[in-house]
Design a protein around this ligand. Structure first.
Ligand code: GLA
Length: 388
């Protein structure tokens, strides 16, 4: 947990005590419960916001510069207002800088600010540390500059900052969950229409446990883009008979009928994952609303199997965590969450068995992979907000 008192002291030691009292904003990380690699296909997702994320202490200055610092990285910088559009190679500041540029495009008057960020989300673990830093920046600047963009605008701005400024071609799920999440609810989002519903996350005597593989993710971006391209290819083939815009428009029955149009077996499997995953999201939400957590858990396993076999974005570390979790008593379901290739799994575990689960999985994972996993018992928190 980030200690706010300490964080503000750090802010004052960096930027001095002069001027106005700084404001403090927070944006969470997210975990996706089901609906993976469907967002950029106009499909369904079901993520929730976490109670850990990124804090931003921020105060206006009248010096015509934006100052960026973070407790997580050594790199600090100061950018004059007329040079905000310049990217800084390979640095975390490109996330807030990208947001600032997008907001200027939407009418924000640039102004000087001193900013100190501090995150307690493990970086690169697939829990959306990037969406979290984007949304905390967007929310704070929108408020403090009186730009009055809607929450949905801020979500879209954050996604565009990542796509265009940072250069990662992600879908909208992460920014949406981080922006729109609500404590004890998950966000059922239709990524095509952006219609959404906050569904109470009634887990009864169960908890969500997030397990970090701690595998260094390499090639994630290039593999991610490769999957996106494969899905676009599938759409192109299907369009020979049915004018769809994206795979999310097809039901499983339609896909069965049209799949012969896709000559490439790999591309066919990728499309099958997306369409079957969409169906699983709908069924999982139905099960949750009925209180059928057992079925919800089974669908998590099925989702993982499809990500492993059809979409091929798992790998030995994620597969080991899921296979081992399945052997442990009191576990209803487990799956990878996020882009894959490393990062985290999420498991649905009986409350009273949580400690035993962590202990057993820790041992088994280490024995099979030589790696040490990290565990977080997830609390489902609110989306981005001002806290002071
Ligand atoms: C990453 C992306 C999201 C989504 C997931 C896979 O987290 O940022 O937009 O595509 O991968 O579901």
């Amino acid at each position: 947990m980030v200690d706010l008192k300490e964080l503000k002291e750090r802010f004052f030691s960096l930027y001095g005590e002069r001027g106005k009292t700084p404001a403090v904003y927070f944006a969470p990380g997210r975990v996706n419960l089901i609906g993976e690699h469907t967002d950029y296909n106009g499909g369904y997702v079901f993520p929730c916001a976490l109670n850990f994320g990124t804090y931003l202490v921020i105060r206006p200055n009248d010096e015509g510069v934006v100052r960026f610092a973070s407790t997580n990285f050594d790199f600090r910088t100061e950018v004059p207002l007329d040079r905000l559009s310049e990217k800084v190679d390979d640095q975390w500041v490109n996330y807030p800088l990208g947001v600032i540029n997008e907001m200027i495009d939407q009418g924000m008057e640039p102004a000087g600010f001193d900013m100190l960020f501090s995150g307690d989300i493990p970086n690169g673990a697939g829990l959306s540390s990037s969406a979290s830093i984007e949304m905390v920046t967007a929310d704070a600047l929108n408020d403090l500059t009186g730009t009055s963009l809607s929450r949905l605008d801020l979500v879209k701005i954050s996604q565009r900052a990542e796509n265009e400024f940072v250069g990662m071609n992600c879908g909208i799920m992460d920014q949406f969950a981080v922006g729109m999440g609500k404590a004890n609810h998950a966000v059922f989002l239709n990524c095509d229409t952006l219609d959404y519903e906050l569904v109470p996350l009634k887990l009864k005597d169960h908890r969500l446990v997030i397990t970090n593989t701690n595998k260094q993710r390499k090639l994630t971006d290039s593999k991610y883009n490769e999957r996106r391209a494969e899905c676009e290819k599938a759409v192109e083939y299907i369009r020979r008979e049915k004018p769809i815009r994206n795979l999310g428009e097809l039901s499983l029955a339609e896909f069965e009928r049209l799949q012969h149009l896709i000559p490439d077996e790999t591309v066919r499997r990728r499309a099958y994952h997306v369409i079957s995953e969409d169906a699983r999201v709908l069924e999982a939400i139905h099960a949750l609303k009925k209180g059928d957590l057992k079925r919800f858990g089974e669908l998590m396993y099925e989702s993982h199997a499809s990500l492993r076999d059809n979409y091929e974005v798992t790998g030995i570390e994620l597969d080991t965590l899921v296979d081992e979790a399945r052997q442990i008593e009191g576990v209803l379901g487990a799956r990878m969450t996020g882009a894959g290739f490393g990062g985290c799994t999420v498991s649905l575990v009986e409350k009273d068995r949580t400690d035993a689960f962590i202990e057993q999985l820790d041992k088994a994972y280490n024995a099979k992979t030589g790696l040490k996993a990290d565990f977080y018992v997830a609390e489902v928190g609110d989306g981005a907000k001002r806290i002071e």
